[in-house]
Design a protein around this ligand. Structure first.
Ligand code: SAH
Length: 212
């Protein structure tokens, strides 16, 4: 446990602000969330650096800047209430979403990661999150539609099934591609889906098929 984590988290939030993250609610969420909770003991000294870090099982906790930016993009698009996250991983992005939206649904394909994330969020008293062990390509049909969907692993191609789980006017943000990935924002308007390219990114792959 880092004694002065609040100072470290505040410094990280200030850095992200300098890098262009403007939404005050997102900045406050970063400043109030102990990122060292979400990594192994041996990596805790790096928890407040603006970098992705390994979380085991070949997965990573995303870079804080990208976590903040993706959250901000959903808010800028008007999303407030009900958000679906694909790829819970460490649960850090989930915690940030829990502080910025009313209700969060999160799907993870690796059971061990899902359990660990669930325990962490309870420790932080974040109870507006429900989690599911499952294949994110399928989304969460029984809880659909969602105002916002955020995918935190790169899909080789656009996960069309997820788009149908958006509300009319809903927004999905997802990294798409394999070696070369782009962060894409898709806005649903009735049966029409408009795509915007946001920026080049690098995420671990959104695995297709069996869950572990
Ligand atoms: N937001 C997380 C990112 C973790 S990395 C964090 O910052 O910690 C991406 C996560 O997506 C991994 O945990 C991986 O297991 C998960 N994932 C990959 N393919 C998936 C799929 N098809 N369904 C659900 N989760 C998936």
């Amino acid at each position: 446990m880092l004694a002065n984590y609040d100072r470290s988290a505040r410094a990280l939030a200030d850095l992200l602000k300098k890098e262009g993250v403007e939404d005050p609610l997102v900045i406050e969420a970063i400043a109030s969330t102990p990122r060292h909770f979400f990594v192994d003991d041996v990596l805790k000294h790096k928890a407040y650096q603006n970098t992705a870090l390994p979380i085991g099982q070949g997965q990573t906790i995303s870079q804080p800047y990208i976590v903040a930016r993706m959250t901000e993009l959903l808010r800028l698009a008007g999303v407030r209430d009900k958000v679906l996250e694909i790829g819970t991983g460490s649960g850090y992005q989930t915690a940030i979403l829990a502080k910025t939206f009313t209700k969060v649904y999160s799907v993870e394909r690796i059971k061990a990661l899902q359990w660990q994330a669930k325990r962490r969020l309870h420790k932080l008293d974040l109870y507006n999150v429900v989690m599911k062990h499952g294949d994110g390509w399928q989304g969460w049909q029984s809880q659909a539609p969602f105002q916002g969907i955020i995918v935190t692993a790169a899909a080789a191609n656009m996960p069309q099934g997820l788009l149908t789980q958006l509300t009319d006017g809903g927004v999905m943000i997802a990294p798409i591609g394999e070696q070369q990935q782009q962060l894409i924002m898709v806005v649903r308007n009735g049966d029409e889906y408009t795509q915007h390219v946001i920026a080049p990114v690098r995420f671990v792959p959104l695995i297709a098929g069996d869950i572990e």
